[in-house]
Write a protein that binds this ligand. Structure first.
Ligand code: PLP
Length: 234
């Protein structure tokens, strides 16, 4: 078994155990293999090992890899999305995890109508209220859900967060728990067209804890491919 397949086997074992701890099965949690900065041959190793869902945080990287990876894989946009780039990915991704403004949701709705598709979206929440991060505050979420829910060709599937970078992942448990509470809370308001079932949270460092607290999607890059090498920016 190659290193990538070995890493994936380990991740699935951890996911199964964490899912069990939260009273669920491994199939209840989707692994999103985060392939940013990773070249196509290495991504294909993950696909050959059985993975089908890939996450990228830049539109350009999805465009670059889309043809070569072929129709078997599903792409999720997990990073910040500029309104003027929605048109490039509207017919390429299955889900956009990073919606945090009405303006962006409106653009997604408009482009989805033009293509005759319905786009699944998540609202990004900055649960720890970090200055450096994108996302809505927890208390802004319900109002944003109400506004976006009326837009055509969009489905609000749930919430996403990028937790703080911490040494001890236990420190993030509280944010994952609050995410779950927020989702349950908003579902209980019985807003028309809104029944959220997705919680996208947990990365290499903390996905086990996120699953224990109710994550239905985890986004893991480093754990699959090893440390990323970013090209020099000059
Ligand atoms: C890069 C990235 C990940 C994966 O991070 P790892 O720590 O490498 O697992 C997950 N989510 C988002 C939004 C990312 O940009």
């Amino acid at each position: 078994m190659g290193q990538i397949a070995e890493n994936l086997a380990h991740i699935h074992a951890v996911m199964a155990e964490a899912a069990q701890k939260s009273g669920r099965k491994m199939e209840d949690v989707t692994l999103i293999v985060v392939s940013k900065t990773i070249d196509v041959p290495r991504i294909k190793e993950a696909v050959e090992a059985g993975e089908t869902v890939l996450g990228e945080n830049r539109v350009q990287e999805i465009m670059d890899k889309y043809e070569e990876m072929g129709p078997e894989v599903h792409w999720h946009l997990i990073g910040h999305l500029q309104t003027n780039k929605v048109k490039y990915i509207i017919d390429k991704v299955d889900m956009i995890h990073s919606v945090e403004s009405f303006r962006l949701a409106e653009e997604i709705s408009k482009r989805a109508q033009q293509k005759g598709v319905t786009m699944d979206i998540l609202l990004e929440i900055n649960m720890a209220e970090e200055e450096s991060k994108f996302g809505l505050k927890a208390e802004e979420t319900e109002e944003m859900v109400r506004q976006i829910a009326v837009l055509p060709n969009l489905r609000i599937r749930g919430l996403m967060t990028v937790a703080p970078f911490v040494e001890n992942p236990e420190e993030n448990r509280i944010y994952f728990r609050k995410m779950k509470e927020l989702l349950v809370d908003i579902n209980q308001k019985k807003i028309d067209n809104v029944n959220m079932d997705v919680l996208s949270m947990g990365m290499t460092n903390d996905y086990a804890i996120a699953i224990e607290e109710g994550a239905t999607m985890v986004r893991v890059g480093t754990g699959v491919f090893g440390a990323r090498v970013y090209p020099n920016k000059n």
